[in-house]
Design a protein around this ligand. Structure first.
Ligand code: ARG
Length: 588
């Protein structure tokens, strides 16, 4: 289906043409004077010079051509040549009726769907998820869902940090505590136990302890480096231990991502490309791209037009060790080989901007990707506390994601049970659902690149631009529909009717803006646009609701028309929150 604004512009274009002017002048936009009109067209002014005619005259001739229009109920000419427009209720009704019948509410699917790899999440093995990882997961999940809804293929990859120093640290601490573990006996050739020699809870404590020790104790640090090397170079016992760390950690991560309603298609990590590095490096050398610089192997990525500092991309350190860069480049190579996507999208903290610029340039220069392969990096801002500083725990540590979720749910539980009776279990489940919406909407409603302040009070409020407000609106709609059904009403013959009040028309116009909002969010990879859209839609609905007595309406047909409007509003809202990655409870 065409977008509403395009249909309106077409009608306007036809009028310009009929009056003897270029149809392209008929471009219509949303009104910036909502007190006067819903839409406006400034084409007469644009055409004045070309046709050497007063804009007012052009506007009047065009307006005259619209006297019989099925689209406009008002075409007003205002000096010096504005066309102030209102659309007909019957036209809107037709549009919404088509939307209701069409798949995805009439959203047009791309002629050539694109295939993307989405690199998000970025969890690190052996380390608990902290609030910084939440943004990558939450924003990435939404972008994945938006792209998919719009007809593209997306393969989400968590791209774990599973190969570096933290692994060596954990192994070192294990060795300190249990030096007799069979894994450390390098003469052992038998099979290793299936069970890890530690629990998930223990693992959580191992890394911070080891990390602290390594900062204070040089010998310990060296031991950790040696252990990291042993893991990476494939010493049997060390590899086996690393496998245990990976398995225990991934199981725990999966649980946490599940609580966030975040799902990955691939659970790949840095380690997966380790074996591809030597061949890639050889290729880079052979192609003449990589050269030695102070013992290290680098690829120059500076360009003539650079105004900022652009250091070379380091491929191997002077000791021959691979870096974060190297893994990312090998991962690009691997993805091109196995998946061959049209684009790769990365979601990381915005501090990694220069890093990704280097990696992308290097990937292009060394021809790891095709010239037409899109490489997109999206940097997100920091989540700050109310003091405007990065979110911390009370004792100054990095806030863990789990505790943030728990605190939000607890606050939601308190709010839900404050004024109403609800069985404990249901209240807890509801608090989880609304709590997630509070967290995610609080994050997603901000433009991703900006920092934002986590404000528990605000995010969990049932009023204002919040997740709970959106859910409350959906639940309200469900409840009215439920009561309608109890009254014996049926949904099958609920047919839309032309709007009768200003609030009803406004709601209809908001609904009709769905495809424009979603395709805009998709093109710009901008979940905040979906948030802004549903906030407007929820407001329009609630205004309509407050001034309309739906269920006590005596004329059955009228009531059924409103029910149809409610069904559509509810469907659109639920579709949108699904794109944001949360859902609504049955009641709250
Ligand atoms: N593990 C990294 C971190 O915690 C994020 C990984 C981002 N993705 C990538 N392909 N480099 O900072």
């Amino acid at each position: 289906m065409k977008k509403l604004l395009d249909l309106i512009s077409e009608e306007m274009g036809m009028a310009f043409e009929k009056a003897g002017y270029d149809a392209a002048l008929g471009r219509v936009s949303l009104s910036n004077r909502p007190d006067l009109c819903e839409y406006q067209c400034n084409g007469a002014m644009a055409g004045a010079k070309r046709y050497k005619k007063a804009p007012l005259a052009i506007a009047e001739e065009t307006a005259a051509a619209l006297r019989e229009s099925r689209v406009f109920s008002q075409v007003e000419v205002a000096a010096p040549g504005f066309l102030n427009l209102k659309v007909k209720e019957s036209f809107l009704r037709e549009y919404l009726a088509d939307m209701r019948k069409s798949e995805k509410f009439g959203l047009e699917m791309p002629e050539k769907p694109r295939k993307y790899v989405l690199d998000y999440g970025g969890a690190n093995i052996a380390k608990p998820l902290h609030v910084g990882h939440m943004r990558s997961a939450v924003i990435g999940e939404s972008i994945k869902r938006i792209l998919r809804y719009c007809g593209h293929e997306v393969i989400g990859d968590v791209h774990m940090g599973d190969w570096g120093q933290p692994m060596g640290l954990v192994v070192t601490e294990l060795q300190e505590r249990h030096p007799d573990l069979i894994y450390f006996d390098e003469t052992y050739t038998g099979e290793y136990p299936k069970e890890a020699p530690f629990t998930a809870t223990e693992l959580e404590e191992l890394y911070p302890t080891a990390s602290k020790k390594s900062k204070e104790d040089q010998a310990y640090k060296e031991k950790a480096m040696e252990n990291t090397y042993k893991i990476q170079s494939g010493v049997r016992g060390h590899r086996a231990l690393w496998q245990h760390i990976l398995r225990v950690s991934v199981a725990d991560l999966k649980k946490n991502y599940e609580r966030l309603n975040v799902e990955f298609d691939l659970w790949k990590g840095e380690s997966d490309v380790h074996d591809l590095i030597p061949a890639m490096v050889e290729e880079m050398k052979r192609g003449g791209y990589a050269h030695e610089s102070e013992g290290a192997l680098v690829v120059d990525v500076k360009e003539e037009s650079d105004t900022k500092e652009m250091p070379p991309c380091m491929i191997l350190k002077s000791d021959g060790a691979a870096l974060y860069n190297t893994t990312d480049l090998a991962t690009i190579m691997d993805r091109m080989e196995k998946i061959d996507p049209d684009g790769i999208i990365y979601l990381t903290d915005k501090r990694q901007e220069l890093y990704f610029e280097q990696v992308f340039r290097c990937a292009r220069k060394t021809k790891l990707v095709k010239p037409e392969t899109e490489l997109i990096w999206m940097g997100f801002g920091t989540m700050n506390g109310r003091d405007g500083k990065p979110f911390k725990t009370r004792d100054g540590g990095v806030k863990r994601l789990e505790s943030l979720i728990e605190e939000t749910n607890a606050e939601m539980y308190r709010k839900i049970t404050e004024n109403r009776e609800m069985p404990k279990e249901e209240a807890e489940e509801t608090a989880r659902i609304i709590g997630l919406a509070a967290l995610k909407y609080g994050d997603l409603s901000n433009q991703a690149s900006k920092d934002y302040i986590f404000d528990m009070e605000k995010f969990t409020s049932f009023e204002g631009d919040t997740g709970p407000y959106i859910l409350y609106t959906i639940v309200r709609i469900k409840s009215i529909l439920g009561k309608y059904r109890e009254q014996g009403g049926s949904f099958t013959d609920a047919a839309l009717r032309p709007a009768e009040s200003a609030a009803e028309k406004d709601l209809a116009m908001q609904l009709a803006a769905f495809t424009a909002a979603v395709s805009g969010a998709c093109e710009e990879l901008a979940p905040h646009k979906i948030c802004a859209y549903i906030y407007d839609l929820a407001n329009a609905f609630n205004r309509f609701y407050h001034e309309t007595r739906i269920l006590t309406e005596e004329k059955e047909e009228k009531k059924a028309g409103w029910v149809a409007l409610l069904l559509l509003t509810g469907d659109v809202l639920e579709t949108c929150i699904d794109m944001l990655g949360f859902s609504a409870p049955e009641r709250m």
